[in-house]
Design a protein around this ligand. Structure first.
Ligand code: SF4
Length: 674
């Protein structure tokens, strides 16, 4: 396998700088790199600055800071002993000697509030911590495992949420006995379902993102996927939720203490103080006013702070504000020669993927519905197979099956065989599958913007892909990441490693996605509509790049697209897919020069072509709609739209199997007719 010419095998001193593509992106990249350098020079207190620059954040932060200060240093600044009783000075109103008055035992209320802050805020923080530590992992596990585990967790959540919080907490404390620790357990337990639901919902949507699919395709473990991609993307929501729950937890705990089930006298605690004051509310209202005021102000402060933190950590609103968090990575950059990735020994020389009578089904409430139906195909080293067809034809499902990244619990290979490197996928253990994905398969997804994690720098994402199952020093991985960026023709790679996806243009993002896909030097490259989100000029650049890298590394490549123009220019072989079946396949030359299947002919007629007979005329459209999943007509699926069937019964009754016609395989009973 001749790989020495590939840019990935060139040391950092030999990074290719030749430019075979238009350089507009690279020039713009220099400008962006300069702005990023200025971004990295900003102070490391951006979050704090943003908090104090907004009224809401400043007030919230101020209140929380004061309350935390009181909780930590209250006992040192309290003017009097909070436990000392003075029966000569009971129930005295506020005065110079007792700023908040005295209680029924003559104790100084101000000093008791200062001492009680420690316990009151501690209960709130402890309750949120209990809910967080149990709720978030359970929610993530439910989202990851789905199935019966998810059902079990969600039914338990439904049951817990069917009880009012205070009633549930009361029942728990009654069961455990009144004490500060039991109140923390009770209020924390009551809040666990909220964290489970939130974490599960956010994780489900994040796991469906292409950048997570990409990580799974790289063979990242569930824990790594959760820690690197899912948790950072839900940080803002969890911070907000924690803050909101802190307020409600504080109030619920105070309610329990008010009822005598929490912190026990004579310990000072705001809820307990409220409870002790209830007999004197009419005659001495200040006794309840001051602890109540501190409770309310604390809850308000944490709410305001949480809301502003959410705005800051929301990844969709974040711009460059977190750049400095990862800026330290830049200091580790050292240009060192990187060893060329070793060839993978357990792949046969030529045929890398074989699908035989492959059927892939989606699991729905109506049962397993096949989306790919009995297809046969082969991916060979050094050749590009293009899979073309309309939306919903099953081409992306086929690509995901080959990438072993079908959505867990939603789709599966329901029949036939899929062999990768001569190994039947159905016989592989999960570990072997993960290794296969990591070492042999690279995937380029359609939308580069969603294929990249918005809260991680490009360098961090590349390094993660490089280190996946391939341990090496961080500096070496960074150097390799820069090489990969150079290989996909991104100028100034060392600088650009520290930038975030939003600092790149659409075409450059797609180049980064390609670099990530190539990080493990795969033998098989899968590209799912890699250019459909790009303009025409950039499409050409990306396809030229993909084709060049595929040929230089002699990768087997599957390109899913609906653009016949791209197929005719860049692919070697083509498989036309309709209704989940391959209806015509062969070399691009044979299929496009003389298409035999009516669907291929219709697709070709619907594609715009320059300098072709009929140029300037209206393009013909394929009448009717492709069949829906699970609603394939009997016989030939294309029959309702076919202009060649002429009502022939055979088309409606017998499914045409692929057969050789003019050097191709064509699935049409009347393929020889023109
Ligand atoms: S089998 Fe019949 S309906 Fe199907 S493509 Fe051929 S002619 Fe058309």
């Amino acid at each position: 396998m001749a790989r020495s010419a590939h840019p990935r095998n060139v040391g950092s001193h030999g990074i290719r700088t030749h430019m075979t593509l238009p350089m507009s992106e690279e020039f713009s990249g220099t400008r962006i790199a300069a702005s990023a350098r200025s971004t990295r020079r900003k102070p490391h207190f951006r979050v704090l600055r943003r908090l104090v620059s907004s009224p809401k954040g400043a007030i919230g932060l101020g209140i929380v800071a004061v309350m935390v200060f009181i909780a930590l240093f209250g006992p040192f600044i309290a003017p009097l002993d909070p436990y000392k009783q003075d029966f000569m000075a009971t129930l005295k109103g506020p005065s110079a000697a007792h700023w908040f008055g005295t209680d029924q035992l003559g104790r100084d209320v101000f000093s008791r509030i200062l001492h009680g802050a420690h316990t009151s805020l501690g209960i709130g923080i402890g309750g949120v911590a209990v809910a967080f530590l149990f709720g978030v992992p359970l929610g993530l596990a439910a989202a990851w495992f789905r199935g019966w585990f998810d059902q079990l967790v969600m039914r338990a959540v439904d049951i817990m949420l069917s009880f009012p919080d205070i009633v549930f907490a009361l029942a728990l404390v009654a069961l455990l006995g009144p004490s500060t620790m039991n109140v923390i357990i009770a209020v924390g337990t009551v809040s666990i379902p909220v964290f489970i639901r939130t974490a599960r919902a956010v994780a489900l949507s994040t796991l469906a993102e292409p950048f997570v699919e990409g990580s799974v395709a790289l063979g990242c473990s569930p824990l790594r996927v959760m820690a690197r991609h899912v948790l950072p993307n839900m940080a803002g929501i969890l911070v907000t939720l924690s803050s909101l729950l802190f307020a409600s937890t504080l109030l619920t705990a105070s309610g329990l203490s008010f009822l005598g089930l929490g912190t026990q006298p004579p310990e000072p605690e705001w809820g307990t103080m409220l409870g002790e004051s209830r007999s004197y509310i009419r005659s001495h209202p200040y006794m309840a006013t001051f602890p109540g005021l501190f409770l309310a102000i604390s809850a308000l402060g944490f709410n305001l702070l949480g809301e502003e933190l959410r705005n800051i950590y929301d990844p969709t609103a974040a711009k460059t504000r977190r750049a400095h968090w990862f800026g330290g990575l830049a200091k580790a950059a050292r240009r060192k020669p990187v060893a060329a990735p070793t060839a993978i020994p357990d792949m046969p020389q030529d045929v890398l993927v074989v699908g035989r009578d492959l059927e892939v089904s989606y699991l729905t409430a109506s049962g397993a519905l096949p989306a790919v139906r009995g297809v046969n195909f082969t991916l060979r080293r050094g050749r590009m197979l293009a899979v073309v067809g309309e939306s919903g034809s099953g081409k992306s499902t086929l690509l995901r099956a080959v990438g072993t990244i079908l959505p867990r619990g939603q789709a599966l290979i329901s029949d036939g065989t899929l062999a990768i490197g001569g190994e039947d996928v159905s016989t592989m253990t999960p570990e072997r599958l993960q290794q296969m994905r990591r070492k042999h398969i690279g995937v380029v997804f359609q939308d580069a913007s969603s294929a990249l994690n918005p809260v991680m720098t490009v360098g961090a994402q590349l390094i993660e892909a490089i280190l996946s199952g391939n341990p090496m020093p961080k500096a070496q991985a960074r150097s390799r990441a820069a090489e990969l960026l150079a290989a996909v023709q991104i100028a100034d790679p060392q600088e650009r490693l520290d930038q975030y996806p939003h600092q790149f243009s659409g075409g450059m993002k797609q180049r980064i996605v390609i670099a990530i896909a190539l990080a493990q030097n795969p033998d098989i490259l899968l590209a799912d509509e890699p250019t459909s989100a790009l303009d025409v000029t950039i499409q050409q650049q990306i396809l030229v790049l993909l084709r060049r890298m595929q040929q230089e590394s002699r990768m087997a490549m599957m390109l899913v697209t609906h653009d016949l123009g791209l197929v005719s220019r860049y692919a070697d072989d083509v498989a036309v897919i309709y209704g989940g079946r391959i209806v015509e396949t062969g070399t691009v030359e044979e299929v496009f020069r003389n298409p035999s299947h009516p669907y291929t002919r219709a697709l070709r007629a619907a594609a715009p072509r320059l300098h072709a007979p009929g140029e300037g005329k209206r393009l013909s459209a394929i009448t009717g709609d492709p069949p829906m999943l699970g609603q394939f007509p009997p016989g030939c699926s294309f029959a309702p739209r076919c202009g060649r069937t002429h009502g022939r019964p055979l088309c409606q009754t017998q499914t045409p199997e692929p057969r050789p016609v003019g050097g191709k395989l064509v699935a049409c009973h009347f393929a020889e007719e023109v």
